[in-house]
Every structure is written in structure tokens, then in C-alpha cells.
Design a protein around this ligand. Structure first.
Ligand SMILES: C[S@@+](CC[C@H](N)C(=O)[O-])C[C@H]1O[C@@H](n2cnc3c(N)ncnc32)[C@H](O)[C@@H]1O
Length: 243
């Protein structure tokens, strides 16, 4: 359920196919342990149950492969994942717990300390509601990977990379922090570059084609990236430094 009755208009899907038993069990028994609630206090020392060196935010994590993979790669970093799509959140929980079948669900609660990684917190709603609660310069990196392209001109106001969201991302990112955008859509690539070039608080870090045509060193493939490659579209990876 959305946290806030002042919901901004969201154009994507909140739920897809019926969620199977194991996943709905995880949504009930495990998600509350890592879910950001209205009572969550945004302090680097306490948000993850232990102090972390830095905080990364992934917006629209989809099935969660990149989020879970990054969290495993960087155990000293705290990850906040924001996603509206319930089936995607449930999929992330299977990646974290290793539980895919109903028979593998333990009797009581699934214990966070038994998970593959304990450094993820989930905001299960529209990230624009989270922005308002995050302190200035709170995060070191923001990932927006394969955002819905909304390619038609008449839908361009639905694109996530827009002046209002960039304003919030610039506010919550530390100086020197990175905003990483990946897209497989030509219209979205030009759109994102135009949006970022119009600002004086971000610098595109690429110095040659390989810097944006090839995945970054710590990249983890996502579902939408696989889909793009299978359909013959080549993704681009755009890193912007917060000045
Ligand atoms: C095209 S999918 C890409 C998913 C994933 N990043 C990947 O690469 O496979 C875009 C995702 O962003 C999520 N999304 C879009 N707008 C959002 C918002 N304002 N807050 C949270 N999630 C959002 C959608 O629910 C969807 O799962």
C-alpha cells in the first residue's frame, strides 16, 4: 500500500501476475525487516543496523539483480532500493534469501542474518515520496537503470529524468558523487544528455566512446538490459559527477 495519500501520479504498473506462495511469504515475513517505513530515521550510522562507509540509491530496481549484486560486491556500503512494482520487490527478496519455493520458507520469520547480504533497505513505493525525506548530501551514488523510455513526444513529461527529479537527485547526492543512467533507447539517451547538460551541477565523466558504450567495471546485468540486447538494441551507460 502507498505510504502517502499525496501520491504523485505514477504511470507504470504496481503489480503484475499473481505472486506465488514463496514470494508472498517473503513479502509478509521478510520485507518488513528491511523496509523503509514512515518511522525510519535516515542516519548513516543506524539505517543499516551497522555503520556503513557510503550509501548508494537504486531507483526502479526492477527484479533487483543489480541491487543485490552490488550489495554483495560492496559489503561496507549501504544500499537503498526504491521500486513500486510488487513482483519485482518479491523477486529481490528471493535473491537476498535464496528462498524460491514455498517448502523452503522457515516456520517463523526469515532471519536477516541468514541472508546473502544485510546491507539493503527497500522503499516499496514511488521514490519521489522518499526524496522529501532524504537529507542533503546523504548518498554517494544514484543508479537509474533502464528507466521507462516513454518515447512518444506527448509522454515526455512522464520521463523520470526531468528537471524536478534531477533537482532532488542533485540535492541528495554528495559533491563528487555519481549519478549513473543506463538506457537502450536513442530518444532517452539524447533526452537525458540534454537534461544533464542544461545543469551546472553535473558533469558527464565520459572522455571517449568506450566510456559510455561499454558497461562500467562494477556493472551487473539487469533484466531490461538482457531484453534490449536480445532485441538488438545497444545500451549506453552515462555517468555524471555531482559538482
Ligand atoms: C523499465 S524498468 C527497469 C528495471 C530495472 N532497472 C532493469 O534494468 O531491469 C523501470 C522500473 O522503474 C520502476 N519505477 C519507475 N518509476 C519509479 C518511481 N518513481 N519510483 C520507484 N520505481 C519506479 C518501475 O516500476 C520499473 O520496475
Amino acid at each position: 500500500m502507498p505510504f502517502d495519500s499525496n501520491q504523485p501520479k505514477f504511470y507504470g504498473r504496481r503489480q503484475g501476475r499473481k505472486i506465488r506462495k514463496a514470494k508472498s511469504g517473503l513479502l509478509e515475513a521478510f520485507l518488513p525487516q528491511i523496509q523503509i517505513t514512515p518511522n525510519t530515521v535516515f542516519k548513516k550510522e543506524t539505517l543499516f543496523g551497522k555503520p556503513v562507509k557510503r550509501i548508494f540509491l537504486e531507483i526502479g530496481f526492477g527484479n533487483g539483480e543489480h541491487l543485490a549484486g552490488q550489495a554483495l560486491q560492496h559489503p561496507d556500503t549501504g544500499f537503498i532500493g526504491a521500486e513500486v512494482f510488487k513482483n519485482g520487490i518479491a523477486h529481490l527478496l528471493t535473491l537476498l534469501t535464496g528462498i524460491k519455493e514455498k517448502k523452503d520458507l522457515p516456520e517463523g520469520s526469515v532471519r536477516l542474518q541468514d541472508c546473502r547480504t544485510d546491507n539493503i533497505r527497500v522503499f516499496s513505493d514511488d521514490v519521489r515520496l522518499l526524496f522529501a525525506r532524504l537529507p542533503d548530501s546523504f548518498v554517494d551514488r544514484v543508479f537509474v537503470l533502464f528507466p521507462d523510455p516513454w518515447p512518444k513526444k506527448r509522454h515526455e513529461n512522464r520521463r523520470f529524468i526531468n528537471p524536478q527529479n534531477l533537482h532532488e537527485i542533485a540535492r541528495i547526492l554528495k559533491k563528487g558523487g555519481i549519478l549513473r543512467i543506463a538506457t537502450d533507447h536513442k530518444v532517452y539517451k539524447s533526452w537525458a544528455l540534454r537534461q544533464l547538460h542544461a545543469r551546472s551541477d553535473f558533469r558527464w565523466t565520459a572522455s571517449c566512446g568506450n566510456d559510455w558504450k561499454r558497461p562500467p567495471a562494477d556493472w551487473i546485468e539487469t533484466k531490461y538490459q538482457r531484453k534490449a540486447l536480445a532485441e538488438g538494441r545497444r545500451p549506453v551507460f552515462l555517468d555524471f559527477e555531482k559538482l
